[in-house]
Design a protein around this ligand. Structure first.
Ligand SMILES: Nc1ncnc2c1ncn2[C@@H]1O[C@H](COP(=O)(O)OP(=O)(O)OP(=O)(O)O)[C@@H](O)[C@H]1O
Ligand SMILES: [Mg+2]
Length: 145
């Protein structure tokens, strides 16, 4: 996978207004890259949950949106959420449906993972968390646009 300069965007995730901006920008970039409506919605939903985690659990941070392509020339969008919060104690547990340390539904991380093609978490206690997701653009014949 290589980073393409066409659309690299960095956005703050510091307050509720930022969450709205992140959702809007992710949708626009996905549209510009030719993602169909279903894929746009998947990416925006994942972005919304992960940005909320960055804000609520990570104490705020940022997200970068990169247009990427793989060796086969497939286009995708990678979203990388970074914070310098407390980190995640047990990532496997955090990825279980229904696990929340904050009285939430505990569906944000696990649900986001199911919506994308690539998903990775890099976290260190006391140092912060980076969650990176990629959705590859599907072919027009594989779903509604
Ligand atoms: N960026 C982060 N920094 C620290 N802990 C995190 C971070 N993201 C997730 N977590 C931990 O993983 C748990 C699960 O996250 P998940 O998004 O699935 O649930 P939630 O945020 O608690 O509830 P919701 O369903 O409302 O999203 C959180 O409760 C929190 O303990
Ligand atoms: Mg959450």
């Amino acid at each position: 996978m290589s980073t393409d300069e066409r659309a690299t965007v960095s956005l703050p995730v510091r307050n509720d207004a930022d969450l709205m901006t992140v959702r809007q920008r992710v949708r626009t970039l996905a549209q510009e890259l030719g993602f169909g409506l279903v894929q746009q919605t998947k990416l925006v939903t994942a972005a919304s949950e992960l940005a909320r985690n960055t804000l609520i659990h990570g104490g705020g941070g940022s997200v970068t949106v990169d247009a990427v392509s793989d060796a086969q020339g497939r286009d995708g969008l990678t979203l990388t959420f970074r914070d310098e919060g407390s980190g995640i104690t047990d990532v496997d547990r955090a990825l279980r449906d229904g696990y929340s340390t904050a009285g939430g539904l505990g569906m944000g991380l696990s649900g986001s993972k199911r919506l994308v093609h690539e998903f990775s978490v890099d976290t260190a206690l006391g140092e912060g968390t980076t969650v990176s997701v990629t959705l590859w653009r599907g072919h027009a014949s594989h779903g509604p646009r």
